[in-house]
Design a protein around this ligand. Structure first.
Ligand SMILES: *Cc1c(COP(=O)(O)O)cnc(C)c1O
Length: 379
């Protein structure tokens, strides 16, 4: 089936007891059993829930995986994937990974004996050099936040395979509509569904999609054993969100391309980071492994005072963390999402004090351009 058909139908059947076309919110903690050992596949709601099952099957189809499991947040999903490992195992990680991922790896999981090496995963030689005897996993985010660096997933998948390590891809920024890591050779995909998959800034959640049966069985075991499950209501919201994922992504992408082109021509903007621009150093690779570029853009204003002026002057772009919702957001990575990254490291990654990040929503692009134009005019 096509993406938009799967988005609306995969994992969803009319409710057998009423015919309700929409999967109900099964707000229950347990299920009555007919007799000892005789039940309908649902015993206790941490282990199984029909609303959660529907959204897991839905996202699994969109990523073309073998199985998917839903979690209470993106971080809970990532934490569960890392629990596929054992103390003493080593992980190679994209050096510009989401701040929460860095925090979880370095300040929580390290205490349990996991080892991490951070490298620029867009540099294949650096990835190759980072492998150790005990490397079991490569954790890649592409494009990266907020500089939009691209990692060649097919090439890194090849390296991972040769070293018998699993390739995990955080696909939050592109969604399966624009990028399908499993088709490029990745083993596991994780999402913060809080962003594009849910898309309406009204739910926090995470998803893990697997391609190997042994990984799927273990993640299902962990989902039940650890219990960081997505609630029935959030599962229902997410199911509602994914129905329009294709529609929304097409509009994010269309608006994103226009806004990036507008910013690139603007005299007050020194540099624009967007993989859809020909000026992006990895535009060719991005065009090969993604079918669109989405709505995430970063641009350089030149100084913190200029950035402050822009951030304080937009009306449609709201000043907030997060991304991927229908409404446009604007943020300042150096003091917001990346505040915990040491200043020297921020400079090395290109996250300067003058850098502004926007999540372009699905509003009328002319209004968005006017909003940015007037804010940039304040510089
Ligand atoms: C937001 C985000 C996460 C964390 O997800 P939560 O739902 O906030 O726990 C992980 N990775 C990326 C790329 C994100 O943007």
């Amino acid at each position: 089936m096509g993406f938009d058909t799967d988005a609306i139908h995969a994992g969803q059947i009319p409710d057998p007891s009423t015919g309700a076309i929409i999967t109900p919110i099964f707000q229950t903690s347990t299920y009555v059993q007919e007799a000892l050992g005789k039940h309908k596949g649902f015993e206790y709601a941490r282990t199984q829930n029909p609303t959660r099952l529907a959204v897991e099957r839905n996202v699994c189809a969109l990523e073309r995986g073998l199985a998917a499991y839903a979690f209470a947040s993106g971080m809970a999903a990532i934490d569960t994937v890392l629990k596929l490992l054992m103390a003493g195992d080593h992980v190679v990680v994209s050096d510009n990974t989401y701040g929460g991922t860095f925090r979880l790896f370095n300040f929580v999981l390290k205490n349990f004996g996991l080892q991490f090496t951070y490298v620029d995963t867009s540099n294949l030689a650096a990835v190759e050099a980072a492998f150790q005897k005990n490397t079991r996993m490569i954790f890649v985010e592409t494009p990266t936040n907020p500089i939009m660096g691209i990692t060649d997933l097919r090439a890194v998948a090849g390296l991972a395979k040769r070293h018998k390590a699993r390739l995990v891809v955080d696909n939050t920024f592109m969604s399966p509509y624009f990028q399908r890591p499993l088709a490029l050779g990745a083993d596991i995909v994780v999402h913060s569904t809080t962003k594009y998959l849910n898309g309406h800034s009204d739910s926090v959640g995470g998803m893990v999609v697997l391609r190997h049966k042994e990984d799927a069985d273990r993640v299902q075991y962990l989902q039940n054993a650890v219990g960081a499950i997505l609630s029935p209501f959030d599962s229902w919201l997410l199911l509602r969100g994914t129905k329009t994922l294709g529609l929304r992504m097409r509009q994010h992408d269309s608006n994103g391309r226009k806004i990036a082109a507008f910013l690139e021509k603007h005299p007050r903007v020194k540099k624009v980071y967007y993989p859809g621009l020909k000026s992006h150093p990895q535009h060719a690779l991005a065009s090969r492994q993604m079918s669109g570029f989405g709505g995430m853009i970063a641009f350089e204003t030149g100084s913190i005072s200029r950035a402050r002026k822009v951030l304080g002057s937009t009306r449609l772009f709201s000043l907030a963390e997060s991304l991927g919702g229908v409404e446009s957001l604007i943020s300042h990575p150096a003091t917001m999402t990346h505040a915990s990254v040491p200043s020297a490291e921020r400079q090395r990654l290109g996250i300067t004090d003058g850098l502004v990040r926007i999540s372009v929503g699905v509003e009328d692009v002319r209004d968005l351009k006017e909003d940015l134009s007037s804010a940039l005019g304040k510089i």
